[in-house]
Write a protein that binds this ligand. Structure first.
Ligand SMILES: C[S@@+](CC[C@H](N)C(=O)[O-])C[C@H]1O[C@@H](n2cnc3c(N)ncnc32)[C@H](O)[C@@H]1O
Length: 221
């Protein structure tokens, strides 16, 4: 059955978006480390697209590391507002637009680098989203997808949650969300492999990292 919903599961609007922004700001280290890792893959002054940036914390940390032209595309009106506010408060430059990962409002060959973290499992048309990353990338551009692995063990999940530095109540809520929602929609490495193979990308690698995986796809010239 095909779905016409732009997202899988609950839409992240209003108080859900605000709760997510307040909870994950305590986990800024994740974004700092990831921004440092990703900056190594981006050319100087490169054009960067973050697909589904949520509150925009990764964009902010990346903007602090170099003179990149950063754009975020999110389906949630609330997150577009929150990320614009967060970027203004941080005093860095990044633009945010409302739109669907599976039907991006950008011309072909626009970006040097696309990044998508903790969001891919929420896309109702994931193969189309990867194909859109290919379309909007310039030749020789790279797309990175980071997300939770379906087979992450209970011990790995617990270690991840403890590392977030949350209070007791938020820790309980995040643990419940992992078990009842996130793990159910998360993909296995084989599923990621099969989806990438249905897109125009010809070259990619998949690595596991803690509770998640990182897929790096290259658009060959
Ligand atoms: C769990 S949040 C992750 C946010 C951020 N990447 C992070 O690491 O904190 C998932 C994000 O995916 C967005 N999203 C879900 N479906 C989408 C779609 N089809 N197109 C664009 N954004 C989408 C949501 O609005 C939300 O911002």
């Amino acid at each position: 059955m095909t779905t016409t919903k732009a997202y899988k599961g609950i839409a992240m609007e209003g108080i859900i978006a605000s709760w997510y922004a307040k909870t994950t700001v305590k986990d800024l280290n994740r974004h700092k480390l990831m921004a440092r890792q990703m900056a190594k893959l981006i050319p100087a002054h490169g054009k960067v697209l973050e697909v589904a940036p949520g509150p925009g914390y990764f964009c902010i940390e990346l903007a602090r590391l170099g003179d990149y032209q950063i754009t975020g595309l999110d389906i949630s009106k609330s997150f577009v507002e929150i990320s614009r506010r967060n970027v203004a408060e941080a005093g860095v430059k990044a633009e945010f637009r409302e739109g669907n990962a599976s039907d991006m409002p950008f011309p072909d060959d626009t970006f040097d680098f696309t990044f998508c973290q903790a969001a891919f499992k929420n896309f109702s048309q994931p193969v189309k989203a990867i194909a859109e990353m290919y379309r909007v990338l310039k030749p020789n551009g790279t797309a990175v997808i980071v997300d939770l692995r379906h087979d992450a063990s209970p011990e790995e999940i617990e270690r991840e949650i403890k590392g977030m530095g949350l209070g007791r109540i938020n820790e309980i809520m995040v643990r419940w969300t992992f078990k009842q929602m996130l793990l159910k929609t998360a993909y296995s490495l084989d599923e990621m492999q099969a989806m990438a193979a249905q897109t125009p990308f010809k070259k990619w690698t998949i690595d596991t990292e803690g509770v998640g995986f990182q897929v790096r796809l290259e658009k060959q010239a």
